[in-house]
Design a binder for this molecule. Sequence first.
Ligand SMILES: Nc1ncnc2c1ncn2[C@@H]1O[C@H](COP(=O)(O)OP(=O)(O)O)[C@@H](O)[C@H]1O
Ligand SMILES: N[C@@H](CCC(=O)OP(=O)(O)O)C(=O)O
Length: 371
Amino acid sequence: MSEVRDAIARAGRLVVKVGSSALTTAGSGLDVARLDALVDAIADRVARGTQIVLVSSGAIGAGLAPLSLGARPKDLATQQAAASVGQLALAHAYAESFGRYSLTVGQVLLTANDVVHRAHYRNAQRTFSRLLALGAVPVVNENDTVATEEIRFGDNDRLAALVAHLIGAEGLVLLSDVDALYDGDPRSGSTRKITEVTSESDLEGLSVGRSSSGLGTGGMMSKVAAARTAAAAGIPVLIAAAEQARSALGDADVGTAFTHASTRMPARRFWLGYAAGSRGRLWLDDGAVTAVVRHRRSLLAAGIIGVDGDFQAGDVVDLVSPEQVVVARGVVAFDVTELPELIGRSSHELPPEQRREVVHADDLVPLRRRR
Ligand SMILES: Nc1ncnc2c1ncn2[C@@H]1O[C@H](COP(=O)(O)OP(=O)(O)O)[C@@H](O)[C@H]1O
Ligand SMILES: N[C@@H](CCC(=O)OP(=O)(O)O)C(=O)O
């Protein structure tokens, strides 16, 4: 058994995420038999003392049939209407299903705004911790009905990775209609199963696509992105089929395991790097990229060649290289209106009140290259 599967099998606190494609069927909506089978596996693990937060998609899929909608709608307003109807059905089905084991569920609907603001992030943290302490199973989904295009997570894989860090989970299990990551979409021909991802090089050359069932949102692409985010933050991740939930939560050799970083990323750094919303961009020259990314130094005005966005001192901004790659994120110490006359100038050329770092090293998180 791999180290990741072993860690998940022994974890005291887990996030399990299940996708629409594993819970709903095109045409007939929510599949209660499949939902019950998933709940059987989770309840078994809860009975053995593990605290589980379930991130469940499926609201839109479950809302289609009651509204006489055929395929998944393309426009946001109809998706939101379907989610509004479907979320109620989904929550009801979970309450009934966990009820078979005398387990109580608590619904937690989150928008991206609830985790990009640090105070909200802490509030959500407190609610989860209380629900778990009271023995309930939190069932999470994106708050689809109030999320606009700009403030959407967009996919629950990302939401699950954020929640996993937020609650201090010791493992993240992403369950879908496919049993693992393959080197190409298994629906479109012969492909090779990837059982372990131990480094970035294991992901090179793979063709990782969008959902082809028409039910899911992000496809394997968003699962891999979420797995990389959580693994980099120190959380073991397993991608597996919902049908194999019991094995995935046990110690069987199923799915694709993502080896996690050996140290857990502190909450503030994780929030900065992955959760917080960016209000603008600072364009760096090559020297500044090296200083910030390789030497973990503060960003000074002299290394900045351009600024855009609408930010104030204290907001989070992206730091972008001359190759247009976001190389880091950090909390900026100036308003956007102050910076144009400072950038490119050395500290000794600046008036004393402006002689400070633009982004202090303590408020800065270098990012790995994005795919
Ligand atoms: N390289 C790949 N390996 C596995 N699945 C892939 C790959 N590329 C694309 N996919 C597709 O991603 C789908 C799973 O994503 P999605 O439908 O969004 O699931 P969910 O609803 O569970 O989030 C699979 O059914 C598969 O068709
Ligand atoms: N919040 C939406 C699901 C969004 C989503 O990420 O779906 P999926 O790719 O199936 O995990 C819903 O409940 O329908």
